[in-house]
Design a protein around this ligand. Structure first.
Ligand SMILES: [Zn+2]
Length: 415
């Protein structure tokens, strides 16, 4: 034994000598640097370069390892610290943590057809999660909870994702009850052609504020109180904006100058120039990381978006018209008609009330030439929507996304 050790020691010394005192040392130094950077990337928490990078994300295949597990079970913030789960379990609420748990369950259960991607961070550094369903190369965007108090849209989108992923394995069983709904095309076939990108909660900081109140943000408390709806005190349930008082659905680079002018019209309360619980545009388009994340995803050259839906919850209506013309108009009109027939929601060509805004759907329609719609999914009320609205909203919206997709010209090719 001794001899052997001694001789292997001699061998090692020879290797070390050759590596560090001959030209080979440069090779070894470079190798060490590469190895070190790779390890850094692997263990960096909640980072944007998580395998696949921006817009790519965790693809469904592959073994689950402990690092990934921590990444999305642990709710890492941008600075690497772990979010503290301060929300209490309340059956009337659906929290950010409830969403992350559900997204994880869905991507585990249907790993072949789903994937989870982080598309950005909120102001507070909270990951903005996107669940992808399907493996086609035509992309569809569905966004929820840009407005904090409209967080009821989050569980509805999660339920849509779960339904479509489950249907993928069912040879159309689930769909046969609603025959003709997607025009004889199974979900399996649809998901081979399209990839559905759900961002169920675009405004996690605002949602947490609306659900839990300002105690979550002690350093911002005074500022938040000054921006809150007058007379509401520390009741933040009417809060719509992100945590800096910017309305994330007024942040898109469309119609910006016209909208700013309208801000000076006395009667025009849809546009505010100062940070507020609602309707403030922000200093400039995409001043906020949440809206920036959506705009970047839409611009990603590796993607081919064909359609966009933005989910809100005030009144059961679908808003859709922003001056489209020709074929663009016809496709959008047909899509909204079919969505309206399916859900029972009214159709609204935007009139003066919503005219000035710089919203996501207007941006998708006017700047990206995509058919789009803002879908409002709960009865109009001055009260707060909570999980009591969930069942009805899910029933009305369960197949809304494939119904919308089925109106696209590209859908004709797979029928
Ligand atoms: Zn809204």
């Amino acid at each position: 034994m001794r001899r052997k050790r001694k001789s292997s020691g001699g061998f090692l010394r020879a290797v070390v000598h050759n590596l560090f005192f001959s030209r080979g040392r440069y090779f070894i130094i470079i190798l060490c640097l590469v190895l070190f950077s790779w390890l850094l990337l692997l263990f960096a928490p909640g980072n944007l370069s998580w395998p696949g990078g921006f817009g790519g994300g965790k693809e469904p295949e592959g073994e689950e390892d402990e690092t990934e597990d921590k990444l999305y079970r642990g709710y890492w913030l941008k600075d690497g610290s772990e979010m503290e789960r301060k929300e209490v379990d309340d059956p009337h609420l659906y929290t950010y943590f409830d969403m992350v748990d559900d997204l994880r369950d869905i991507t585990e259960q249907y790993s072949e057809i789903t994937g989870l991607t982080q598309v950005g961070h909120s102001v507070e550094g909270v990951p903005l999660w996107c669940i992808k369903v399907g493996r086609g190369n035509k992309d569809i965007l569905v966004v929820g909870a840009a407005h904090a108090r409209e967080w009821i849209t989050t569980p509805v989108l999660v339920e849509q994702a779960r339904t479509y992923a489950g249907d993928y394995y069912q040879e159309g069983n689930e769909l046969s009850e609603k025959e003709g709904m997607i025009k004889g095309v199974t979900m399996q076939k649809l998901l081979e052609e399209y990839k559905l990108w759900f961002i169920p909660m675009l405004n996690p900081d605002g949602v947490r504020l609306a659900q839990k109140g300002p105690s979550l943000y002690p350093e911002r408390k005074e500022e938040l109180l000054s921006m809150n709806k007058s007379g509401m005190g520390d009741d933040f349930t009417r809060w719509k904006a992100n945590i800096r008082g910017v309305d994330l659905n007024r942040q898109y680079n469309v119609n910006w100058e016209e909208t700013l002018e309208l801000a000076h019209v006395e009667s025009q309360r849809e546009v505010r120039l100062e940070p507020s619980y609602q309707n403030h545009l922000g200093e400039e388009p995409y001043s906020e990381p949440e809206s920036r994340a959506v705009a970047q995803l839409l611009k990603d050259e590796d993607r081919d978006f064909r359609l966009g839906l933005d989910y809100h919850s005030t009144g059961q209506f679908i808003f859709w018209y922003y001056g489209q013309e020709g074929e663009h108009l016809e496709v959008n009109r047909r899509m909204v008609r079919e969505m309206s027939d399916y859900s029972g929601y009214g159709k609204m060509a935007t009139g003066s009330f919503f005219e000035p805004n710089t919203c996501l759907v207007r941006y998708m329609i006017n700047k990206h030439e995509l058919p789009g719609a803002t879908v409002e999914i709960a009865p109009f009320t001055t009260g707060i929507r909570d999980m009591r609205d969930f069942e009805e909203a899910v029933e009305n919206n369960r197949y809304m996304v494939p119904v919308a997709v089925s109106a696209l010209p590209s859908f004709e090719e797979i029928k």
